[in-house]
Write a protein that binds this ligand. Sequence first.
Ligand code: XMP
Length: 530
Amino acid sequence: MASTSSSPSSTAVSTAPAPVIILDFGAQYSQLIARRVREARVYSEILPHDTPWEELRERHPRAIILTGGPESALDGDAPAMDERILKSGIPVLGICYGMQLIARDCGGTLVPSTIREYGHAELSLNRGRDSTLFDGVPEQSTVWMSHGDTVTSLPPGFQPLGRTGRTEIAAIGDDRRRIYGVQFHPEVAHTAYGRNVLRNFLHTVAGIEPTWEMGSFVDDAVARIRAQVGEAKVICALSGGVDSAVAATLVARAIGEQLTCVFVDTGLLRAGEAEEVTAAFREVMHLNVRCIDAQERYLRLLAGEVDPENKRVLIGHEFIKIFEEQAATLPDVRFLVQGTLYPDVIESKTKDSKAGHKIKTHHNVGGLPEQMNLALVEPLRLLFKDEVREVGRVLGLPEHIVNRQPFPGPGLAVRVLGAVDEERLRILRAADKIVREEIDSAVELQPHPWQYFAVLTPLKSVGVMGDGRTYANLVAIRAITSEDGMTADWARLPFELLARMSTRIVNEVQGVNRVVYDITSKPPATVEWE
Ligand code: XMP
């Protein structure tokens, strides 16, 4: 996968000197390295690998990290770096391709490997070659490898620091010149002590204090938004989710009244949700919000439609129509705020190849710009979800917004299976409220489910209540554990908790006489039922 940084992309803007430069050789993981550097509370900037030395020097870097890359350093036209980097006295850490470049450029030998090494490997540190780079790392640890070429002889001045079963020279270092190379990827979560290696490099080898904070990201983002937008008007669609809420709050902090937010109440929201989020937008986040009551409009639109995909498409198109109507009433709107995150940036690159296997049409505010002639403001583009939550906290957003569970763009319409009407929405809302109340109050649950909700099925079944027969609706409870919604497992909820939810739903929600629990993982099922 290509890197994002053909132009400079930074973890913040260059209003401050960048202590760490990440030189990007086309790595899949450049932003992940930047993220790990942020976690170590150090500011970094990603620059293309061929950035001239003069430009690098102007930034006064205190350390340079060379990323991995898809090429072979043995190819004549392989991406290279300015040779003055390795002579500058600045500490350098080369990762994968970066280590191979160091070995090659400093006089070692690099060969195409007959054995390729991908995935897990066991790293053994070489005894008697203690290096600060591996402080606190056990003699044996799991690392993640992904390489073809291999270093077979060391450049002068370097020590071999570690090996794996297949790679004799898997880490190298010259403590005197403070130049290091690791063949594995310390930035990925599968490398057990990867964070230690990066921290050792940044704090101990390069002597950089951990002083960077998310607050600095906010200050820099505000400056950058002001520079981008100038005096123009900006519009933002709020979904109630954390990404659009954080993006809008950040933009509002930068340009205040120039930003107008639009929140569409489709009538497909959960119990109390529209009131709760609009109160938060206005009173806590001080956003200039237009709340559009489109409940009737959506009920009419969906009347009688039972096909899940048609429902999704209708809802998405109507949303765009409403948003365009609103934008047309605002003079001089030139920008659209989007809560795009880094994983969305990666995902959109693979959009074409995924299109052939569409599972369902996801609707979110990300579909807007294709239809509208507006430039994008995407202040969260380089962040990961948990970092966005942290930015939200720095901005003072309430916890219930920051920690909100994911909610599908088409709302309860994809949880009322089959036709959607007011009565069925009432039943689902009431059942869903009980599920949320009970799971929210079960604080001892470990792990706490990632997402949980009720589904109203199109089935009716026979029951007995009092002395009478009932023939009423079947409600399903869905609770999953997941990291990102891409894959999921059903949550092993305690029977007592399931019993409480079931008893309350059949007693408190008129029209329901049976409750089932969904015990399917994703895949093969999806999280939502439609
Ligand atoms: P599925 O049902 O695709 O859901 O397994 C995965 C995650 O995505 C959420 N979801 C959506 N989010 N727009 C969104 O922004 C949508 O149209 C949409 N559909 C599903 C779902 O709740 C789960 O977290």
